[in-house]
Write a protein that binds this ligand. Structure first.
Ligand SMILES: Nc1ncnc2c1ncn2[C@@H]1O[C@H](COP(=O)(O)OP(=O)(O)OP(=O)(O)O)[C@@H](O)[C@H]1O
Ligand SMILES: [Mg+2]
Length: 951
């Protein structure tokens, strides 16, 4: 079964299970408990003055005794009852009970609407029967009803802040339905932006279904979309994308002008993520850009001038300054701030109680030891908050999952089934669990299941995962310890969600969970079908507790992060032509969320370089000057007018940080491979990598790489350099403890290194530095192939040949693709010790690599001191070469230069298609001496270096 089918199958199975459970629920509350506000036998939700509307409870442990909460109400349910049990000798954290924090009481500027302040709107109010099918219910819930008029009956920009699970998607759907029901609405484009690929996929799956019958198509445009599908997505009415992908699309918006002209509605989900470094800045930038694009399109096309400006609808989690977002998203034509609807916790269909527990991390305690401390506390937390209902324990790594499960198993060992066992309610239940454990293939999972505990992480087989998920939903399993990846994309509701530890490994080393991560995990707490409440417990260190407390109680102010990367974004806008002078630059800055926040909190926004407080004007001038000094832009009229340079354009194309671009441009002429590699490794992009205590081991690796680092490894740059070289030389990490860690680091490094090396290559070419161009191309192609082009691993470029086979071939004297093609399939099978037909397959793969033929004829012009070179570039294998790769048409570079004076004379980029048709060119040069020689190089982008020709 392929992955996709498996995923669909799992999804369908889960849905059926949920449906069955819905039909025959143990305790079936209304899907929308907030509607209870309208029923007479229930108290109306508390008003702000009563200060009890928020169930947020945040606890810091700072006192030796655990807080004593009243025991949970006894409830009838189908789940095994959890009894209180004490883990053996758990380390005792300092504990203290903090008074519950009530949002309403703390929010002096409370604009929230109450659930019972208006009547419910009916789906029947929508014009046109076909549109009603989008909403699979009769009545909009209170939150949706309160947004109905703005979303469906007006074109105003709108910001909605409401709790998780309150049905916010529906508000966006109302805006979509309004647009597509307009006379020309079927041609309009709608862009939906969500922060992660997983959220995008979830949205596309849902909307494809919902809108299909209306003839409205929906396409997904993320980093995973391959070039073949991009065209199809562009045809879709609704484009579902991430900020980063939309940024890269709109950086070339003139290439997609037809599409951009049609965009009339932008939907931003989880807009509070403006808070997140980098991603937030990208979100700000794309909104500003879309507005500029919209205005420019309107100017260029007078027929569009009377049309309404772009409509923006943003959805946010709870935050105290939603108003700032409304100010930022003001309407372009009227300047009026966006409509703003803020809904409190009482609009949550399932009430959520949140606890943040801070545990002291002793001096010298490492992450692993602290994780163990939390394991000891888990059983206690489960018994206090789960009420015997399903609990999900989120852990940062697979190891942490296993350690949590093992500890829970060990804690439950002394308990007696049927009496005080926390996870097994009867002998029958135990038998079921044992049967289950025989059905799974993962050894660890099979070990824990008989104790009523399951684990869930990426490396489980699809079958094991599906089984764990279905048994959890059906109530056979009450505890699942999972990696945080489970929080995305799998609808696995639990009564209790525990976030065990808040550090996670990311691209840049261990870092705290982002707000989105926490929200995703919290979103699993509370099951609308069975519960009217859910509980979330975040277990972290004492010093982090306050931050999480603010995060989960919606008290964290949404700030801008644009100032951190402003210089890179300014460069991109100069390249786009949005910023042509200082005045436009300041105007552009004024349209950002940064401007809104800077006016309220100026001290926060310091220049990232000199840490001085900054104003918009000073930021603008400082950054433009820095860009000009680094030759990334040009300044005229005493710096008042600016224009892009080729260096600036490549920086924007490859998303390179300013400092990296500046340093690479400044490299002196004729650098060696070692020097370029050093410069690449010192890029600021790697600077956030954390150093771990593995220097001794890395020093050993330093002895086997091609360009060893002199002296002891000191800097992050040196470590990066070494790891890149280990990868290119296929050096194996042998120190077991470090293998996983280092290969994880190497993967992240190589991803950045590939992009940066391409940038480096283009810069060297722009500098007309022949030697550097050649060297940079060698580095760039080697990094792409993950092998030095001079070692045998070059053959890894042939599909299905990995490092082991490449080495075997190398040892047998087959070192290049050309050598390979000269052998017979049987010979190859013999070397690789492979069965029949493998050789043919590999031959076919090798033949699909384009081989370029380069012919140069030299002609000395009679009576002149000039030489003409007639160049003919064609394919040696025009019928078998693959001309299109995964990311689109493949290209090749041709360049010519003189080695004696290190001058690049000619540089061209051709698509392989053009080369297949044959390319001719003439290069005319002055003959300076009898020794004057030109060198010609042609290389397929991303392949190892192929033909060289010296004339
Ligand atoms: N009026 C309604 N009647 C019945 N079900 C509804 C209604 N509105 C939404 N739902 C259902 O409620 C669930 C939650 O909706 P939705 O995903 O839009 O919430 P959300 O506020 O976007 O949550 P999150 O913050 O997790 O993204 C969905 O399954 C949706 O189909
Ligand atoms: Mg949502």
């Amino acid at each position: 079964m392929n992955k996709k089918v498996m995923k669909e199958w799992r999804y369908r199975e889960l849905k059926t299970l949920l449906k069955n459970f819905e039909r025959n629920p143990v305790r079936n509350h209304s899907m929308f408990p907030s509607l209870r506000a309208y029923s007479s036998n229930r108290p109306a939700p508390p008003q702000p003055s009563s200060s009890t509307s928020s169930p947020v409870r945040v606890n810091h442990y700072a006192d030796p005794s655990m807080p004593l909460y009243p025991p949970p109400n006894a409830m009838t349910h189908a789940y095994p009852t959890t009894q209180t049990h004490t883990p053996p000798n758990p380390p005792t954290p300092n504990t203290q009970i903090r008074a519950p924090v009530h949002l309403a009481a703390n929010n002096s500027n409370d604009q929230r609407v109450r659930p019972n302040s208006t009547g419910l709107r009916a789906v029947a109010e929508l014009k046109g029967d076909s549109f009603k099918a989008v909403f699979p219910f009769k009545l909009f819930n209170p939150m949706q009803s309160l947004c109905f008029d703005v979303a469906y009956k007006s074109d105003s920009n709108l910001v909605v802040s409401a709790p998780t699970g309150s049905g916010k998607t529906c508000v966006m759907e109302l805006a979509i339905v309004r647009l597509i029901s307009k006379p020309d609405g079927q041609h309009a484009k709608i862009v939906y932006v969500a922060p992660t690929k997983a959220l995008c996929s979830e949205r596309v799956a849902d909307w494809k279904n919902k809108f299909r019958m209306l003839g409205i198509t929906c396409g997904e445009l993320t980093g995973d979309t391959d070039s073949a599908n991009v065209r199809e997505v562009q045809q879709s009415n609704i484009i579902v994308t991430t900020p980063e992908k939309w940024d890269s699309m709109t950086r070339r918006w003139r290439d997609y002008k037809q599409l951009m002209e049609l965009v009339q509605l932008i939907l931003i989900d989880e807009v509070h993520l403006l808070n997140e470094p980098r991603r937030g800045a990208v979100l700000e930038v794309i909104v500003s850009r879309m507005r500029t694009v919209n205005a420019e399109c309107a100017m260029m096309n007078p027929n569009r001038q009377n049309k309404k400006a772009l409509r923006i609808l943003a959805i946010s989690a709870t935050a105290p300054n939603i108003d700032d977002i409304a100010v930022w998203l003001k309407e372009a034509d009227t300047g009026r701030r966006a409509e703003c609807k803020v809904f409190g916790e009482e609009f949550r269909p399932v009430q959520l109680v949140k606890h943040v527990f801070g545990y002291p991390a002793r001096m010298n305690t490492n992450d692993f030891q602290f994780d163990k401390v939390l394991d000891y506390r888990l059983g206690e937390v489960i018994s206090r908050f789960s009420e015997g209902k399903p609990a999900l324990v989120f852990c940062s790594t697979r190891k942490s999952v296993e350690s949590a499960a093992a500890q829970l198993v060990s804690d439950s060992m002394p308990c007696t089934i049927g009496r005080d066992h926390p996870y097994i309610r009867s002998q029958l239940h135990q038998m079921e669990l044992q049967e289950l454990s025989q059905m799974v293939s993962d050894k660890k999972l099979a070990e824990y299941l008989p104790h009523g505990i399951a684990i869930h992480y990426g490396s489980l087989t699809q079958q094991d995962r599906a089984l764990v998920e279905s048994k959890f939903i059906s109530g056979h399993l009450s505890i699942v310890c999972a990696t945080s990846t489970l929080s995305v994309g799998v609808n696995l509701p639990a009564h209790l969600v525990i976030i065990k530890g808040t550090q996670q490994y990311r691209d840049t080393g261990y870092a705290e969970y982002s707000e989105l991560d926490v929200m995703q995990m919290m979103g699993r707490a509370g099951r609308p079908q069975f519960d009217d409440s859910g509980v979330v417990v975040i277990m972290t260190t004492v010093d982090k507790a306050k931050g999480y407390e603010n995060m989960v109680s919606g008290k964290e102010i949404i700030e801008s992060s644009l100032h951190e990367n402003l210089i890179e974004h300014l460069n991109a806008e100069v390249c786009l032509g949005t910023i042509r002078n200082v005045e436009l630059c300041i105007e552009w800055l004024k349209s950002t969320f940064l401007n809104v926040r800077m006016s309220k909190n100026p001290t926060r926004y310091k220049d990232p370089r000199d840490k001085q407080a900054a104003s918009l004007d000073s930021m603008c001038m400082k950054d433009l000057n820095l860009l000009a000094q680094a030759q990334l832009i040009q300044q005229q009229d005493e710096g008042m007018t600016v224009s892009p340079t080729d260096f600036g354009r490549v920086m924007a194309k490859y998303y390179v940080r300013f400092e990296t671009a500046r340093d690479i441009i400044a490299i002196s002429k004729g650098p060696s491979v070692k020097k370029l590699l050093e410069c690449l490794s010192n890029s600021i992009e790697f600077s956030e990598l954390k150093y771990r205590n593995d220097k001794t081991y890395l020093n050993t690796l330093n002895k086997v790489v091609k360009y060893p680092i002199s002296g002891k490894l000191k800097t992050v740059g040196e470590r990066v350099n070494l790891l890149i070289q280990c990868c290119l030389g296929s050096v194996k990490f042998t120190e077991q403890k470090l293998v996983g860690m280092l290969s994880l680091d190497t993967n992240v490094i190589m991803k950045h290194a590939e992009r940066l090396s391409k940038f480096m290559f283009e810069v060297c070419q722009l500098k007309r530095d022949f030697q550097a161009t050649e060297v940079a191309l060698e580095i760039s192609n080697s990094i792409h192939a993950k092998a030095w082009e001079s070692n045998g691993h070059h053959l890894k470029q042939i599909e299905s040949i990995g490092p082991v086979h490449a080495k075997a071939l190398f040892d047998a004297g087959v070192r290049t693709v050309q050598d390979f093609l000269q052998k017979s399939p049987e010979h190859i099978e013999g070397i690789l010790n492979k069965g029949r037909l493998t050789g043919n397959k590999l031959m076919e793969a090798a033949r699909s690599l384009a081989q370029i033929k380069l012919e140069v004829t030299e002609c000395e012009l009679y009576g002149k001191n000039d030489i003409e070179y007639y160049v003919h570039i064609s394919l040696l294998n025009p019928t078998t070469a693959k001309l299109v790769g995964k990311k689109g048409p493949l290209n090749a570079y041709f360049f010519a230069g003189s080695e004696s004076d290190n001058l690049l004379l000619e540089f061209r980029k051709y698509s392989l298609r053009d080369i297949q048709a044959g390319q001719k060119l003439t290069i005319k040069v002055k003959k300076l001496s009898a020794m004057y020689k030109l060198k010609f190089v042609v290389v397929v982008e991303d392949y190892g270096l192929l033909p060289y020709l010296n004339c």
